[in-house]
Design a protein around this ligand. Structure first.
Ligand code: UDP
Ligand code: MG
Length: 134
């Protein structure tokens, strides 16, 4: 079994889409092995997105990610990272494939409703960022 991290972003918690997203994950045969709701501080959001430091959208992204509660969760499935990225879709909801979570409920390239780890290595780091050994 492989693990990955998904975060339900503030635009989705604000619109009461937690149940919708969790339902899609469960129907796609992901096992939720840890989950919580948290309000990120600015330093926490900056640290989580450290790879994007210096990019034009980073300040706006940090502001967005601290604007309301987020729901990080650890998901388990064979091929978890790849399968979740496929289910989530491209960064820009307008360009994401039909049927993906972002195409279905994302608002724009920033408010795209969910984060998904992009590699096994980053998944391990991102899981450790939010959760003690799970
Ligand atoms: N983002 C943004 N503007 C952009 C590109 C990305 O606000 O032009 C935000 C968006 O919320 C995205 C996050 O920054 O999900 C991380 O960007 P990345 O390129 O890693 O996209 P992802 O891996 O989330 O698809
Ligand atoms: Mg990314």
């Amino acid at each position: 079994m492989n693990r990955t991290l998904l975060i339900i972003k503030p635009d989705a918690t604000e619109r009461n889409l937690l149940g919708h997203i969790i339902g899609r994950l469960e129907r796609a045969r992901f096992k939720i092995v840890a989950m919580k709701m948290v309000n990120l501080t600015e330093p926490e959001a900056r640290s989580f997105y450290a790879v994007h430091e210096g990019k034009p959208f980073i300040d706006s992204l940090v502001e967005f990610m601290t604007s309301g509660p987020v729901v990080p969760m650890v998901l388990e499935k064979d091929g978890a990272v790849t399968h979740l990225r496929t289910l989530v879709g491209a960064t820009d909801p307008a360009k994401a494939d039909c049927g993906t979570v972002r195409n279905e409920i994302g608002l724009d390239v920033q408010k795209n409703s969910v984060h998904a780890s992009d590699s096994d290595e980053n998944a391990a780091k991102e899981i450790a960022f939010f959760f003690d050994a799970v």
